[in-house]
Design a protein around this ligand. Structure first.
Ligand SMILES: [Zn+2]
Length: 210
């Protein structure tokens, strides 16, 4: 399978291609939009490997998630008038540790590498989740824009799955062209775990109708 660097490299290639196409067809125009779409495709292109316990994508995702949530709780408490240093640090510290290590550990236990996160429904699910996050944090009322970012995440994500398949079917070091055993394990529509598959499909339905 392809490694982190390869995924980021191909993510950048897909990102540039998509931006050129989007500019040609006048979907986007400004620099901010170009950077956002490019960034979303890059994020999408490493996101599936977050199921590799202790891998770089897992560290990035859970690192940012726990710092982001703990930081916003700190800000909320501070602007509500909380000035006790010990309380501020204890609460935000506990939230950070809880997310990074407790929730992170649970996530690791329940995800198999190349399980449900390496599947087409997971790409759709993460695209829809990104649309919802964008709707919450985006200052503008431009809904179309949130949809574009969600689609960019989905494109990066699918690019990752296709790249994993290519690496599984061809041994790029040139020794053998026999398919590896991991062939067909990235571009699938369900995983061995019925519960994980059910949660992702349930999530898609919920996000589509919420
Ligand atoms: Zn992968």
């Amino acid at each position: 399978m392809a490694n982190f660097k390869t995924h980021i490299g191909w993510g950048a290639v897909i990102g540039v291609t998509m931006i050129v196409l989007a500019l040609l067809y006048s979907f986007i125009s400004g620099w901010v939009e170009i950077f956002m779409i490019f960034g979303a495709i890059l994020v999408g292109s490493f996101l599936p490997d977050m199921d590799m316990d202790d891998g770089v994508p897992f560290q990035i995702l859970f690192g940012f998630l726990s710092i982001g949530v703990a930081g916003s709780i700190f800000y909320q408490l501070y602007s509500d008038g909380q000035r006790d240093v010990l309380t501020l640090f204890l609460i935000t510290g506990a939230i950070f540790i809880g997310l990074r290590f407790v929730v992170g550990e649970i996530f690791m236990r329940f995800t198999d590498h190349r399980g449900i996160w390496h599947s087409i429904p997971a790409a759709i699910f993460m695209g829809l989740v990104s649309m919802q996050i964008m709707r919450r944090i985006s200052p503008s009322e431009n809904d179309e824009w949130c949809v574009y970012v969600g689609i960019a995440i989905m494109i990066g994500y699918l690019g990752h799955l296709i790249l994993d398949e290519i690496y599984a079917s061809v041994n790029l070091s040139g020794h053998s062209l026999l398919p590896k055993r991991s062939l067909g394990s990235a571009l699938k529509i369900y995983s061995r775990s019925k519960i994980a598959t059910g949660i992702v499909y349930g999530g898609i339905v919920y996000l589509l109708f919420s």
